[in-house]
Design a protein around this ligand. Structure first.
Ligand code: FES
Length: 93
């Protein structure tokens, strides 16, 4: 997943090192990376372009772009991942 390919203000789903990730580029330089696994029962979430949220198709949980819960059944935020960017490539720690 390339840093420069994620549009500012948008979320993108992808895979890094075999892990499903959800990336939200808050500003030109600030990226938040999450395990794309709903904290209810681990379904991958989808980016909702209109509301700027991560929505789980399985049982309706919704998360803010920054990962915290909007509504359940999930009660825990999306798990944030540590990463670095090297030559435009997002690399997990
Ligand atoms: S797995 Fe996401 S709401 Fe149940």
């Amino acid at each position: 997943m390339k840093f420069s390919e994620i549009p500012e203000g948008e979320g993108v789903k992808g895979e890094i090192d075999g892990r499903n990730v959800a990336a939200f580029k808050a500003t030109e330089t600030e990226l938040l990376l999450f395990e794309n696994s709903c904290t209810h029962m681990n379904c991958p979430t989808d980016w909702n372009k209109e509301d700027k949220t991560w929505d789980c198709p399985c049982h309706g949980s919704r998360f803010y772009a920054y990962g915290s819960v909007i509504n359940g059944p999930a009660t825990e935020p999306l798990q944030q991942l540590d990463f670095r960017v090297e030559n435009d490539e997002i690399i997990l720690f």
